[in-house]
Ligand binder design. Structure first.
Ligand code: NAP
Length: 305
C-alpha cells in the first residue's frame, strides 16, 4: 500500500509517496480502506518546520491526522458490526495512507447513513476545534462573537455552531470571500484586507472573539476598538489585551467522544453542513498543500485515496 511521508523540513519538496507492506491485524485493529483525509494547516506548518516549538516530530513520518473510509476487517476484540461501515477517525501516527490500522477505539466513529463520508471527514480538525472553542467561551444568545479566519475549515463551522447557539456572528474574511461567508450564515462580514479599523468602528461591538488566524497585529487592531472582550484563540498561545476589561485564553483541547457524536448527529439532522473547497488525488498532495498554504480558503481541502 502507498503512504505519504514527510522526509525533511523543506516544505512540500520533502513529501514522498512510498510503498510499504500493510501492517498486521491485531486483536484491537480496525482496518479501514481510506477514502478521504482533510488537509490541515497543521500538515504544511509541520512540513515547513514552523511547528517545531509545539509539535516536535521524528522524521521520516506519515503525514495527516484525520481520515474517513470503509471498514474492511476487525480484530477479535473489536465490534464485528463495524465491517462494511463508513467511519471517520483520527490516526495520531499519520492518516495519509491507503489503509488505516486504527487501534484506539475512542478515535473511531461510525458515520450515519445519510451523511456523506467526504462531508463527515471535514469535522476532524474543523468542527471539533470550532465546538471546543465555543464550549471554552460559553457562548449563548446574548453574545455577539467576532470570528477571524471565518472562511477556513474551522471558521465555516464556527459560524454555523455559533448561530445554532443563538449568537450574533461578525465574520472576518478576505474581500473575495464576503458572499461565501454570508451564505454560510454570518450576520456581519468584514474584509480583513481593507481598512479594517474603519469597518470595526461602524458595527455593534462584539463581546467575544474567537480567533483562528493567530496574528497579534490583527487582534490588536480589533481589541483597541472595544472595551470589554473575552478573546479566545486556537492559534496564538500568548496575547496581552490592550484594555483592562479584556481577557485572553488559548486552548487546543478535545471535545471527547460525546462531542464527535454530537457533531455527526448535527450533520445527520442537516443542522450543520460541510464546505469542501476542493478534492485532490493523494498523488497530488504537493498541489493540495500549496493551495491550502497560499490560497484563500472556502472550507476544507481533501485528499482522496
Ligand atoms: N488549537 C487547535 O486545537 C486547532 C485546531 C484546528 C485548527 N487550529 C488552527 O486554526 C487555524 C485555522 O485553521 P483552518 O483549518 O481553519 O485554516 P484554513 O482552512 O487554511 O483557513 C485559514 C483562514 O484564515 C484566514 N486568513 C489567512 N491569512 C490571513 C490573514 N493574513 N489575516 C486574516 N485572516 C487570514 C483565511 O481567510 P481568506 O481565505 O479569506 O484569506 C481563512 O479564513 C490554523 O492556524 C490551525 O493550525 C487550531
Amino acid at each position: 500500500m502507498k503512504r505519504i511521508v514527510q522526509q525533511n523540513f523543506n516544505g512540500v519538496d520533502g513529501l514522498q509517496i512510498v510503498e510499504v507492506t500493510a501492517s498486521k491485524l491485531t486483536p484491537l485493529s480496525v482496518l479501514v480502506k481510506n477514502k478521504y483525509i482533510p488537509v490541515l494547516p497543521y500538515d504544511w506548518l509541520t512540513e515547513y518546520g514552523l511547528l517545531k516549538a509545539i509539535r516536535p516530530v521524528k522524521l521520516p513520518m506519515v503525514i495527516g491526522y484525520g481520515f474517513g473510509g470503509i471498514v474492511e476487517q476487525v480484530g477479535m476484540l473489536r465490534d464485528k458490526n463495524l465491517i462494511g461501515k463508513k467511519v471517520i477517525g483520527m490516526q495520531p501516527t499519520g492518516s495519509a495512507q491507503e489503509v488505516i490500522n486504527s487501534q484506539l477505539p475512542p478515535l473511531l466513529f461510525t458515520v450515519p447513513d445519510n451523511v456523506a463520508l467526504s462531508d463527515a471527514v471535514t469535522l476532524i480538525g474543523g468542527a471539533d476545534a470550532a465546538l471546543h472553542a465555543i464550549n471554552s467561551v460559553n457562548v449563548g444568545p446574548t453574545d455577539t462573537v467576532l470570528v477571524t479566519g471565518a472562511s477556513g475549515g474551522v471558521g465555516v463551522y464556527l459560524i454555523q455552531l455559533l448561530k445554532l447557539a443563538g449568537a450574533k456572528v461578525i465574520a472576518l474574511a478576505s474581500s473575495g470571500n464576503s458572499d461565501f461567508i454570508k451564505a454560510v450564515g454570518a450576520d456581519v462580514v468584514l474584509d480583513y484586507t481593507d481598512a479594517l479599523d474603519m469597518q470595526l468602528r461602524h458595527i455593534n461591538a462584539p463581546n467575544k472573539i474567537i480567533d483562528t488566524v493567530g496574528r497579534i497585529d490583527l487582534l490588536q487592531i480589533i481589541a483597541t476598538n472595544y472595551d470589554e472582550l473575552a478573546i479566545f484563540s486556537l492559534s496564538l498561545t500568548n496575547f496581552d489585551p490592550p484594555k483592562k476589561q479584556q481577557t485572553f485564553q488559548f486552548s487546543n483541547g478535545s471535545i471527547g467522544i460525546s462531542g464527535y457524536k454530537r457533531l455527526l448527529k448535527l450533520m445527520a439532522d442537516q443542522q450543520i453542513v460541510a464546505y469542501i473547497q476542493h478534492k485532490y488525488k493523494f498523488t497530488d498532495v504537493k498541489k493540495a498543500h500549496l493551495a491550502s498554504k497560499n490560497g484563500h480558503a472556502q472550507g476544507r481541502i481533501l485528499l482522496t485515496f
